[in-house]
Design a protein around this ligand. Sequence first.
Ligand code: 5AD
Ligand code: SF4
Length: 436
Amino acid sequence: MKKLFVKTYGCQMNAYDSAKMADLLAPLGYAATDVPEGADMVILNTCHIRERAAEKVYSELGRLKQMKAAKAKDGGQMLLAVAGCVAQAEGQEIVARAPQVDLVVGPQSYHRLPEMIARAARSQGHVLETDFPALEKFDSLNAPQSSGISAFLTVQEGCDKFCTFCVVPYTRGSEHSRPPQAIVTEARQLAEKGAREIVLLGQNVNAYDCDGWGLAKLCEAIGEIEGIKRIRYTTSHPRDMGDDLIAAHGGNPKLMPYLHLPVQSGSDAVLEAMNRQHKADDYRRLVERIRAARSDIALTSDFIVGFPGESDADFEATLGLVRDIGYATAFSFKYSKRPGTPASTMRKQIPEDVKAARLDALQKLLLSQQYAFDDSQVGKVLPVLFEKTARETGQIMGRTPYLQPVHVKTDAAHISQVADVRIERRTANSLHGVLA
Ligand code: 5AD
Ligand code: SF4
């Protein structure tokens, strides 16, 4: 796990955005930490309302500069990002005054953080994103300069779904898929730089559609690249989960048994108000079909509680769906108004205390499922792709096919390789085992 420290200034919206950024980075292997010291990534999510907001940010950046230098001395890298309204307002000025900053990201561009991080990590240069992004920015990406064991590759952007709570279709525009040749070329370059796992990224990644290629075909082509042992993709929409992609989970051995498939709610009334365009039972049936192709697949989801009009019975339906499906892990959020979205002006907004209580209940259930899933691996032998040395000396860290982090006391020579590990125990955030 990489460590992510997010400092949030200002409003509820920023608090929500920070959580969203943390969740956005979770599939990339970032886990939240309480202190900036030693973090792999620090995000200052700034607010421009207070007096002297920018000055406070610059003084914080001064302190972080020292920590970044200390981390570099140890051979590590601390990525420094300024997000939020100060980022939007100051833009280029930030990297001019504080060159230690790697990323400047305006509130319209958080969804681009995964790829911005990849770019910053590759180029070691500043990455700024405070404009509305250009459509063809993919063309301006250089060949990757370096790669981690697990590498991210954007294949698709934007969204045509218009869920009523979501800003993405307005900020990102419509769905746009990158040509398969460009993607395969970049995957090959990443493999040459040491990538053993490719994570295909897109807001609606399973809507990928270009030159007659769907995501299943793309995964197949990438799986043929020498050195690539594992493929993952995120995030998927239930409506775009095609037969060929489902079949690929049974037939493509490189495609990992892990699927982030957000459902948001288990209530048909709420799903309708969200404009998700499917019912809870459609999702249940879809999961059945996916599990028929790959019975051990680990499923994860996003949930929103307290969507306008959500009744106690609606919320119970969400808990019911979670119980029926059984998730390996999941992200859950309190509904928060996004200006300009239809849901923000819906009547029957849910009181904060009700949202908080529902979120608490949902998260307890999801956490118990996560522990049950992790516990179910104890005693098994699983193939683990080792990514890096762990914090504790003598240990290395890798991931199971189900994306669970695993710590093993063994030689760092195993890093970048897949090895069988007998899982011995689970701690709160990780599995521990020995080479089998
Ligand atoms: N309020 C709460 N959560 C939201 N999400 C998107 N928009 C909102 C909102 N207005 C959540 C959804 C989505 C995830 C990326 O963020 O669950 O899947
Ligand atoms: Fe599109 Fe996902 Fe936002 Fe819905 S939640 S509008 S599918 S990006």
